[in-house]
Write a protein that binds this ligand. Sequence first.
Ligand code: ATR
Length: 287
Amino acid sequence: MIRITGKTRVLGIVGWPVGHSLSPAMHNAAIAALGIDYIYVPFPVDPEHLGPAVEGLRRLGVQGFNVTIPHKSAIIPFLDRVSREAGLCGAVNTVRRDGDLLVGHNTDGAGFLASLREDLGFDPRGAAILVLGAGGAALGAVAALSGAGAARIIVANRTAERGASLVERFRPVFGGVGFSLSSLCPGELAGHLRTIDLLVNTTSVGMNGTRFEDLPLAELRSGGRVYDMVYAPAETPLLAAARERGLTCANGLGMLASQGEAAFSLWTGIEPPAGLMKITLRRELEG
Ligand code: ATR
């Protein structure tokens, strides 16, 4: 049970819509377990009113908040500063109050790397990785993988120009990474799948009954791993195919929990109880 007092510090999530978010459940579970005087609430903010809403959060003394779709990039002009990680991928998922300043961070990258380590036993150092997608989630993933010392990253996107602009953004920053581009054509993907250590899906394909129709997963070598950022459904068609082939694979639940753990620590200075956020998410998803 969370007790609200005159000194309760407020955390929350800014998004539109925000009603589906699992973040209030996982953060409030950690707050309750630790018995600290915080509360985490949803803030539905229409894109038209993002600026005044951020100013309101500042004036109301909110301690920190998460930022989700569609505001992760749009919020940057309304903040006082952003961290190096957030600046690099042009996206903020966590804002912390530092005195009077609102500082933007990005814990998605750290959450992704933590989940690769914990759920797949995978270290990107020296690895070759095929990333499907070139949207906001791909930017965070490619920045994190590059920063963690990946040797080679192939970006395969439906819209070629978007893939190219992602690679052009990171090539000058990460000189040690060999970047290349691919289409989603099965023949081209097959060639890449034979040479990589990890396949990452950053697109929304897999949600709502969608699937990659012609992904030649059989070409992935037997030690290759598969990470799907989608977590609902828990097993996408891509993950089902990977499991059938005996490949080590994981969905995005671990990333969601780990980015939350990192945000929570940034705001409170306290690490949430190990595993609690992930268990809470699983429980919420299973209804
Ligand atoms: P997010 O912030 O979640 O990454 P986004 O920026 O809208 O969302 O990016 C969505 C990504 O999923 C893009 O790479 C998109 O490909 P396009 O750049 O061609 O639009 C990809 N995507 C979405 N639906 C897809 C589909 N049916 N097939 C292939 N790629 C798809």
